[in-house]
Ligand binder design. Structure first.
Ligand code: MSP
Length: 518
């Protein structure tokens, strides 16, 4: 049993040179579902997100905007904090890499690596992409237009020669491989784990971890001509937010190693090769698991400002409502795969799964109780075999979905819940409580009670995914706010409770209105 065990989940920290879009919303919502699920399951959770504010890319963006970098960061970081509010994200902390608590921790980790002989001064010459803030090997590049060299991500690279500090990454190859071997679930999905292992097996070179040709970063302790490589700086956020270098007590002692770093597939190498090596070299345990999810395209194309298909989360939320967006993002794709966003697909899910299946179930049950049972939870008589069957299924749901959530198979967890919703709808049709009203009012009460109890259980279970709609449903069942955790599932709905007037939880999306709003 995992209750009482702490759970630490993180999003990547977002670059402040960009504004939030659908892809970022995806990562953040997925983490929010995990954090909410674990809290409801009785675990002590820390859910961290934040903004990545140093480096050449941010420095260039600030220059283009004509403001000093710190001012630029102060201006953009709130947009990322605003995204968490817009999406009803339950993060416990938001870290900015320009905060003193972070800077102190980064300096401490640098000194620790230095003290252990893991850092040396050398001369770097090679290819660098400012867009990716990453070094590339010549063999990874392809030729682009006008003699340009292009990285596998599509970003342009430039030739760089400067004095840099290096981290002895090459010395960690075997120990990394042994660690991956000993921790088979530490990188997911499996295909990504294989990718990482073959990258490490192909040979690791020492990594440049400082830069001298610009200044927007944390100065290297004892050699301030250098600033610390932005990825080293950024990765350390996961421990500075826990109070590192204070490790013997406080949040670090409670929450490290992280249970999950959620990342997109593009930043997997940083999170499973460099980060693990830095940590091991500093004598710190690597995170328990890193999950790399896929990328969204929009109507078949890569999202970009120039193509005009860049989707700010606010646009989606304004159009479809927050809970439908959250549901769609996690239901539509097998988590881990790439996929395509289309308005047709989201409308299909909204009107099908949400309005027709779940919304309609809730609406018909609550309306019948309101009309036929004096707007109070009816008193049931003895349960029939069909009632017990439905109830047993409902009781089994949490155990069915817990391992799916723990494995980040959000789409399967939702599919499992919605299969049960379909079963509950069949039960309504089979039992036909509207016909029982005349023929057997006592039996009608039992059927409607059973359905109210089933709705209560569903409402509690879907809270991590659609917190607003779930709260509205539980309010309509008069379930007290402090009786909505998974531990409360075992206490059945008491009869006799007065219910407020019912209203729809998932309204249908009508195309004509959307067209008018366009
Ligand atoms: N700052 C780094 C992360 C440092 S973590 C120590 C960074 N930031 S980012 O803002 O560029 O990207 C953040 C996340 O958004 C990444 O996980 C990335 O995969 C994700 N996405 C960006 N575009 C995306 C899509 N189109 N689809 C899905 N996720 C995408 O990288």
């Amino acid at each position: 049993m995992t209750a009482d065990q702490p759970y630490f989940v993180t999003t990547p920290i977002y670059y402040v040179n960009d504004l939030p879009h659908l892809g970022h919303a995806y990562t953040t919502v997925a983490c929010d579902v995990l954090a909410r699920f674990m809290r409801l399951d009785g675990r002590k959770v820390k859910f961290l997100t934040g903004s990545d504010e140093h480096g050449q890319k941010v420095e260039q963006s600030a220059r283009a905007a004509g403001v000093p970098p710190q001012e630029f960061c102060d201006r953009i970081s709130p947009a990322w904090q605003e995204m968490t509010r817009l999406l009803n994200i339950s993060n416990d902390d938001f870290i900015r890499t320009t905060e003193p608590r972070h800077v102190r921790g980064v300096e401490a980790l640098w000194r620790e690596l230095d003290r252990r002989g893991e850092i040396y001064l050398g001369r770097f010459s090679g290819w660098y992409s400012v867009r990716d803030e990453a070094f590339y090997d010549e063999s990874e590049l392809v030729d682009g237009p006008q003699g340009r060299k292009i990285a596998p991500t599509g970003a342009e690279v430039e030739w760089l020669e400067e004095d840099n500090y290096f981290f002895r990454l090459s010395a960690w190859q075997d120990r990394l491989l042994a660690w991956y071997e000993a921790n088979p679930d530490a990188i997911a999905p499996r295909s990504r784990r294989n990718e990482v292992i073959s990258f490490v097996k192909s040979g690791l070179r020492d990594l440049s971890i400082s830069r001298t040709s610009f200044s927007w970063g944390i100065p290297v302790p004892g050699d301030p001509k250098h600033v610390i490589y932005v990825w080293l700086d950024a990765l350390i956020n996961y421990i500075t937010a826990l109070g590192y270098p204070q490790t013997s007590d406080g949040e670090f002692a409670t929450f490290w190693p992280a249970d999950l770093h959620m990342v997109g597939k593009d930043i997997l190498r940083f999170h499973t090769v460099y980060w693990h090596a830095f940590l091991m070299a500093a004598g710190i345990e690597p995170p328990r698991r890193v999950f790399a999810h896929g990328w969204w395209t929009v109507e078949g194309q890569k999202m970009s400002k120039s193509l005009g298909n860049f989707i700010p989360p606010k646009e989606l939320v304004d159009r479809y409502g927050l809970d439908p967006v959250r549901y769609f993002l996690l239901r539509e794709l097998p988590f881990g795969n790439d996929g395509d966003f289309s308005h047709r697909a989201i409308v299909g899910r909204l009107n099908g799964d949400l309005a027709n299946d779940f919304g309609n179930l809730a609406q018909r049950v609550l309306a019948m109780i309101n009309r036929n049972c004096g707007a109070t939870v009816p008193e049931p008589g003895a349960f029939a075999a069909a009632d017990n069957r439905l109830l047993m299924e409902a009781i089994g749901l949490l155990d069915d979905i817990r391992p799916l959530i723990e494995g980040q198979a959000f789409h399967l967890a939702l599919e499992t819940i919605w299969q049960f919703v379909a079963q509950a709808n069949r039960y309504v049709d089979d039992q036909a409580p509207w016909a029982l009203r005349r023929s057997d009012p006592q039996r009608m009460q039992t059927v409607l009670y059973m359905l109210a109890e089933v709705l209560r259980r569903l409402g509690i279970l879907v809270q991590p995914f659609v917190p607003g709609a779930a709260a509205a449903l539980l309010d309509q069942l008069a379930v007290p706010v402090d009786a909505r955790s998974f531990g409360d599932l075992v206490i059945a709905l008491p009869h006799g409770g007065e219910l407020p007037a019912p209203h729809g939880i998932f309204p249908r999306f009508v195309e004509a209105e959307a067209a008018a709003g366009n």
